[in-house]
Design a protein around this ligand. Structure first.
Ligand SMILES: Cc1ncc(COP(=O)(O)O)c(C=O)c1O
Ligand SMILES: Nc1c(O)cccc1C(=O)C[C@H](N)C(=O)O
Length: 407
């Protein structure tokens, strides 16, 4: 028999962390941690202390003392805690979209002159990934090769093997698919792309802080991801970019197109022309968004404390519980996410023709999931701030709303 939500909450080793989040005490049911994570209570004091001690206290001296290096210090930390990346390969700054652009242009430049003229990307990838790939292809005289995917099955090794070849310059993939939560096989897909001579760029927006990633072990080339979902960095907090160390060395090293002074060899020399600085700092362009980098440090503290494996273990049980309870409570809805927890990330999507209307009514009743076309009710379950009781309550209200619509 399926354990009850109360039994699962009682047995959950991470349950004690839930009240660290602002709002966890309210009856509101939050099932959208993969759009915007809740703030940690401790973040309010971090922000206040920053204003008093660092901003007001240190003023411009703050740049030399810590802010200048923060994009790389924080990048190393995200790399170590969440991404399986050794130091010197991750930088924080810009939005995910801008970093996708920089990373794709860097890949195009690395492949220039090799006869490789295609970017391989799947139709189910997040819109911004597809749009940026399209723009970069136009700018660089490349073409897109689309992988047609069955949403719940994602990009399989077979599909990728068929799509890549001697013309492939770059393969751009999401690790966890934004609608279905399909979890791609990072190591295997990277290997397939490399065997074809292509570079690989991973979008980790729906993985970082939810599903362990092993970029160095996969042999990945490039990656990006956002920090406002499972890293709880707050609305608009900056994204990160990973460039493998081997691509940052030597004559044919990665260079990005936004040649700003903060990524230049000696920013304060203020010289006549741009030359990229050594290492991952070259992915920066302008002044780093220091205030936006504060909140995620609290979530990194918490994730580091509990460990990514514990986060993933809860995520698997939490999404599994949602799948089982939805089958009982919402038999008319179809599961649009993988049933196998090994192939499923941190959210679960159920489809039904009425879900758009259902979601609007849920929001009015203080139950907050997401709606994603076509007909998808998407539940983003943040392992450190979502309880089994919240999932249960949310699904019960979906049942009530569906009954109300048909009644
Ligand atoms: C997979 C993925 N990539 C990129 C983005 C967004 O990029 P940005 O932070 O630039 O809005 C999102 C969500 O917004 C996403 O889910
Ligand atoms: N980034 C977002 C935003 O600025 C507004 C509303 C939602 C978002 C999101 O993060 C959407 C999310 N990436 C998704 O997977 O749908």
């Amino acid at each position: 028999m399926t354990p009850t939500a109360a039994e699962l909450d009682a047995a959950d080793p991470l349950a004690r962390h839930r009240d660290r989040f602002v709002g966890s005490e309210s009856p509101l049911v939050y099932l959208d941690g993969n759009s915007l994570g809740r703030p940690l209570r401790v973040t309010a004091s971090r922000l206040a202390a920053f204003v008093d001690d660092e901003w007001a206290g240190r003023l411009i001296r703050g740049w030399d003392e810590s802010w200048f290096d923060l994009p790389l210090v924080l990048g190393d930390r995200i790399g170590r805690v969440c991404l399986g990346a050794a130091p010197g390969q991750v930088a924080v700054g810009d939005s995910t979209t801008v970093l996708l652009y920089k990373a794709m242009r860097a890949a195009a430049a690395l492949q220039e002159g090799t006869g490789r003229t295609e970017i391989v990307i799947d139709r189910d990838n997040f819109p911004t990934d597809r749009y940026v790939a399209d723009g970069v292809a136009r700018e660089c005289g490349l073409t897109l090769r689309w992988i047609e995917v069955d949403t719940a099955a994602g990009v399989t090794p077979e599909l990728l093997t068929e799509a890549v070849g001697e013309r492939t310059a770059l393969v751009a993939l999401s690790h966890v698919a934004y609608r279905s939560a399909h979890l791609a096989d990072g190591a295997e897909l990277t290997r397939i792309a490399h065997d074809a001579g292509a570079l690989v760029l991973w979008d980790l927006s729906h993985s970082v802080g939810s599903v362990p990633v092993a970029l160095d072990a996969w042999g990945a080339d490039l990656a990006v991801g956002c920090s406002y979902k499972y890293l709880n960095g707050g609305p608009g907090s900056p994204a990160f970019v990973y460039v493998a160390a081997r691509l940052l060395e030597g004559e044919r090293s990665a260079v990005q197109p936004i040649q700003g002074w903060m990524g230049a060899a000696d920013p304060f020399l203020m010289g006549p022309t741009y030359a990229p600085t050594a290492g991952i700092r070259r992915m920066l362009s302008g002044t780093p968004p220091v205030v936006g980098m504060l909140a995620m440090q609290d979530m990194l503290d918490l994730i580091e404390d509990v460990g990514m494996d514990a986060v993933r273990a809860k995520s698997r049980v939490l999404t599994g519980f949602a799948v089982e309870r939805a089958a009982e409570l919402l038999p008319e809805a179809a599961l649009a996410s993988p049933r196998d927890p090994d192939r499923r990330g941190g959210h679960v999507t159920f489809t039904h023709p009425a879900m758009r209307e259902v979601t609007a009514e849920l929001w009015r009743r203080d139950v907050i999931p997401d709606y994603r076309d076509p007909g998808g009710l998407r539940l983003g379950l943040s392992p450190l701030s979502t309880s089994f009781g919240e999932v249960e309550r949310g699904l019960e209200v979906v049942r009530e709303v569906l009954d109300g619509l048909s009644g």
